[in-house]
Design a protein around this ligand. Structure first.
Ligand code: FPP
Length: 230
């Protein structure tokens, strides 16, 4: 795995993990099975990101809009999230992974909140790869919350808003990946994406492998970023 490190020039990668439902539908399986396989992809990609030496990996797990999904799908997603944290927290602790949540996760079911708080506390002293999970996250909501806090402290400028974003302590977003062929941001990291590179793939999230992450990182390494200059 050490060979991967040299290629990973991006510091912070974010992923819109789309296509679990279509993956299941193609196989005549319940949507929940697609989400289950989606968690397997999460586990593999988180391990790869750490081994590749990424500084931060941000995953869009549950949006402010996902509350509109049927109740049984929401509770299946919450159950999967809980099981993932319970089964992988020791691995995060052992591998110096630092967990962070963006979005107002306190609106999630109380048992999920307790589990998250415990996981955050257990990894708070870690200094390795940030695993950032977006939960009850919407970028417009994040920016509104940040602007409110910034206004309470003084004049609003891009810098004062940025300092209040949920992502304030993370490295700048370099690369945003979306799976399943959809080409839109869906209220994810709108502010942070201002200068990020975008990489879209037809691959459905449950089929996403470390090789695809490498492909995206490779494409990123080849792009010239000018930040509006020349
Ligand atoms: C999109 O698929 C995926 C989601 C809405 C949720 C992503 C969640 C997971 C991968 C599992 C839980 C996360 C973690 C971090 C353990 P979709 O249902 O919108 O697919 P479709 O567009 O094909 O219907």
């Amino acid at each position: 795995m050490s060979g991967w490190r040299a290629m990973a020039k991006a510091r912070h990668v974010a992923i819109i993990m789309d296509g679990n439902g279509r993956w299941a539908k193609k196989r005549h399986l319940p949507r929940a099975v697609g989400h289950q396989r989606g968690v397997e992809a999460v586990r593999t990609v988180v391990r790869a990101a750490r081994e590749m030496g990424l500084e931060a990996l941000t995953l869009y797990a549950f949006s402010t809009e996902n509350w509109r999904r049927p109740e049984d799908e929401i509770s299946a997603l919450m159950g999967l999230l809980k099981r993932y944290i319970i089964s992988d927290i020791d691995e995060f602790v052992a591998n110096n992974v630092r967990l962070k949540v963006i979005g107002d996760y306190t609106a999630l079911p109380a048992d999920v909140v307790t589990l998250i708080d415990d996981a955050l506390a257990r990894t708070a002293g870690n200094t390795g790869t940030w695993l950032v999970i977006a939960l009850n996250y919407g970028a417009q909501d994040e920016i509104a919350r940040a602007a409110t806090r910034a206004a309470a402290k003084g004049p609003i400028t891009p810098a004062t808003i940025e300092a209040e974003l949920d992502t304030a302590e993370l490295p700048p977003l370099d690369l945003l990946i979306r799976t399943s062929g959809e080409v839109r941001l869906s209220n994810f990291l709108l502010w942070q994406a201002a200068y990020a590179e975008m990489w879209f793939t037809e691959v459905l999230w449950p089929d996403f492998k470390p090789e695809h992450l490498l492909e995206a990182l490779d494409a990123f390494a080849k792009r010239e970023r000018r930040y509006g200059g020349r």
